[in-house]
Design a protein around this ligand. Structure first.
Ligand code: ADP
Length: 169
């Protein structure tokens, strides 16, 4: 049984086995939560991302997939990087957003992580409407076949927190 918890705050301040990053496919850093994770986690994370790019992820990490690195100076053992889809008004990309949560939990299982903190993937620069993103995130985690004991959604503002709280009921 996976317990889902909600926190309003900055994910880089959380303590968890794994912290999920809403990365972009370059893995080489960006704004939003990605920038915050690299800033607080320090250069070790980017160093490992560069190695992944020099190795089997030469073309970058595809949308909907996930990969782990060290968490550097964060209070976690791993950062799991996943690439959310950019929201589209004409194309249904919700399967890719659900895949981010599923794949991140699959990687967490491989690592043996028992507590995993997620931001609201794709709801920033990638413009996914918060209520819909919350629905997809909560459904994907509830349906996931995972050994992770706690999934913690770490929401940056009241609006995001309210959207996730409404979904959890
Ligand atoms: P994406 O490109 O996937 O949309 P963003 O980082 O732009 O990623 O935004 C994803 C969500 O993360 C947004 O809801 C944003 O408010 C939130 N966010 C930004 N910084 C943090 C942080 N330090 N901790 C938790 N959530 C954050």
């Amino acid at each position: 049984m996976t317990t889902i918890t909600l926190v309003r705050g900055d994910i880089t301040r959380e303590s968890a086995d794994a912290i999920v990053n809403a990365a972009n496919s370059s893995l080489l850093g960006g704004g939003g939560v990605d920038g915050a994770i690299h800033r607080r986690g320090g250069p070790a994370i980017l160093e490992e991302c560069r190695k992944l790019r020099a190795g089997h992820l030469g073309k970058g990490l595809p949308t909907g997939r996930a990969v782990a690195t060290t968490a550097g100076a964060l209070d976690a053992r791993w950062v799991i990087h996943t690439v959310g889809p950019v929201h589209s008004a004409t194309e249904d990309r919700s399967g890719l957003l659900a895949s981010c949560y599923r794949e991140s939990l699959r990687v967490a299982d491989e690592l043996g992580a028992r507590t995993v903190a997620f931001p609201a993937i794709s709801t920033g620069v990638y413009r996914w409407p918060m209520d819909d993103a919350a629905r997809i995130a909560v459904t994907a985690v509830r349906e996931a076949d995972t050994g992770v004991e706690e999934v913690r959604f770490v929401l940056f503002d009241d609006r995001a927190h309210a959207a996730f709280a409404a979904r959890l009921g």
